[in-house]
Write a new protein. Structure first.
Length: 372
């Protein structure tokens, strides 16, 4: 039987070292010779000096940023005649949905009528101007001709803008003006490169003006949404580096919510990542870490988590000295299942320090504390 792993051994070790630890204050040396160290199986190693601390990996999800999503909406009442693309990658100008719209036909007819009236009004205005300059026309009749021409000109411009809004291209307007042949269909196109999603209609559906039909999202940038505890949120700042596990790049914090979820007491944080190579997929579950860069003169030490124990609620490490161990209270920056990161408690280089990394539980038993 390995006595080092039994309660009887812990009781023996505590009794063995009780004179050593009685009345020990934080930072006071613990006298241990090599034989005692060997008997308790204590091992030591130097810590790893680091200047950046990677925090706890929180579960997160990748999504398309809201400001990079565009809704394709119906510009007028109509009937869905054809759906060109159901899902997947699209480029700017790709036909998505074709609508038949009586509103479009009426708007074209109104514009053509106004163009004919405008042509006549322009001729009358030119003739009235010429007669007025010759003194053969009254000021009143000249102003009437001028006013009619100005009103129709503005009306034509407004109707033209409406047709552009309804989905006709400038080239189609030129063709319509020349041929006077009405266009019955509106073809809605992708406004930019991206991914088509949330298609909401099928051929034969009737839609009203303003109804959302589909969405296109640009995926060259991805936002990763994560909820973190209040204490963690208090240490974060916009612009801070974020790392998505299993990804070859870093992002940055773009948003930290000022509100906390009253049920979970967590705060929503958004981190932006470049995704020009498509490494991230919207909806993908990730684990997000925040990187804290230490600007103080002293760096941080990373060591096995077994080398940090709680003594009366205070994180404590043990330095190897010639005459035994020296306990030091430390500021715990991060701890997971494998490693702990503490702020370096002394100015000495990490290579010159030997920390207790195995057997700390026996030291804890000797101190008579309760490990948390």
């Amino acid at each position: 039987m390995n006595l080092r792993r039994t309660p009887s051994f812990l009781k023996w070790a505590a009794a063995f070292a009780l004179p050593i630890f009685s009345g020990m204050a934080q930072g006071a040396a613990i006298a241990l010779d090599q034989a005692q160290i060997d008997a308790m199986g204590l091992t030591f190693q130097p810590p790893e000096a680091i200047t950046q601390v990677e925090g706890y990996p929180y579960p997160a999800m990748a999504a398309i940023p809201a400001n990079r999503q565009t809704t394709i909406a119906a510009p007028a009442n109509g009937l869905v005649r054809k759906v060109h693309v159901v899902h997947g990658d699209v480029q700017a100008g790709t036909p998505i949905i074709t609508l038949e719209s009586a509103t479009l036909l009426a708007a074209q007819q109104d514009w053509l009528t106004t163009l004919a009236d405008l042509s006549l009004a322009q001729s009358e205005y030119k003739r009235a101007k010429s007669l007025r300059e010759a003194g053969s026309l009254s000021q009143k009749k000249f102003l009437q001709a001028e006013n009619r021409y100005t009103v129709l000109k503005r009306q034509q411009q407004m109707q033209k803008r409406r047709l552009l809004y309804l989905g006709l291209s400038p080239k189609q307007l030129q063709t319509l003006e020349k041929t006077r042949k009405l266009i019955a269909d509106i073809t809605l196109e992708a406004p930019h490169d991206g991914v088509l999603f949330d298609l909401m209609v099928t051929p034969g559906d009737r839609v009203e003006a303003g109804a959302a039909l589909a969405r296109v999202g640009a995926t060259d940038q991805i936002v990763v949404d994560v909820d973190v505890p209040l204490d963690e949120a208090a240490t974060l700042e916009v612009g801070q580096t974020a790392i998505a596990r299993n990804r070859p790049r870093q992002g940055r914090i773009a948003f930290i919510d000022r509100r906390a979820n009253p049920l979970t007491q967590r705060v929503t944080v958004h981190a932006l990542f470049d995704n020009s190579d498509g490494a991230f997929r919207p909806g993908e579950l990730l684990r997000l870490q925040f990187v804290r860069t230490l600007t103080e003169q002293r760096t941080a030490w990373r060591l096995p988590v077994s080398g940090v124990i709680d003594v009366d609620g205070v994180p404590t490490i043990f330095l190897r000295r010639d005459d035994g161990l020296e306990p030091l209270a430390v500021e715990l920056l991060m701890r997971d299942s494998r490693f702990a990161v503490v702020r370096a408690p002394v100015a000495a280089s990490a290579e010159s320090v030997q920390l207790l990394t195995s057997g700390a539980v026996y030291v804890k038993a000797m101190l008579g504390g309760n490990e948390e």
